[in-house]
Design a protein around this ligand. Sequence first.
Ligand SMILES: C[S@@+](CC[C@H](N)C(=O)[O-])C[C@H]1O[C@@H](n2cnc3c(N)ncnc32)[C@H](O)[C@@H]1O
Length: 137
Amino acid sequence: MEDSELDPSELGTHKYWMEAYAKEISNFEHNGDPGDVWFGEESAIRVIDWICGCGIDKNTAIIDLGCGNGYTLSELAKEGFTNLLGVDYCTEAITLAEKVTKREFPELKYQLWESNPRPWTQKAGSLPTAPLGRHGN
Ligand SMILES: C[S@@+](CC[C@H](N)C(=O)[O-])C[C@H]1O[C@@H](n2cnc3c(N)ncnc32)[C@H](O)[C@@H]1O
């Protein structure tokens, strides 16, 4: 099979996420709408079920890379995980996640951080492919 580049997508741009989350912050402030779970709640729950089934300690450090509104972290917190960090390169996403989750899950931590895009993803954008990984303390 011949190697070919993917076409660039606007979803791979910081501008796209900045504008999307600015809108979602406004929706949350006006209507209490926490915003989109981008891959659907069902797939987030499948990931969470898989993590729960791994038998790892509930204090295992977990990082959600590209955390968006913090939905996955909230669900992990509901399952009893205590060492959770959400990172995103979009300030507006971090702001939304903090606003949406702070009342119920004040222990969740967030950090503005941009992952290094791999060379072969630079043209098509920098969407992280693996939303979750472990983080150190
Ligand atoms: C498709 S959304 C998924 C958001 C959330 N995980 C969800 O499932 O609803 C992708 C997220 O990754 C973030 N993102 C994209 N590229 C990134 C990068 N290079 N470093 C850190 N975050 C990035 C975007 O700002 C956005 O919040």
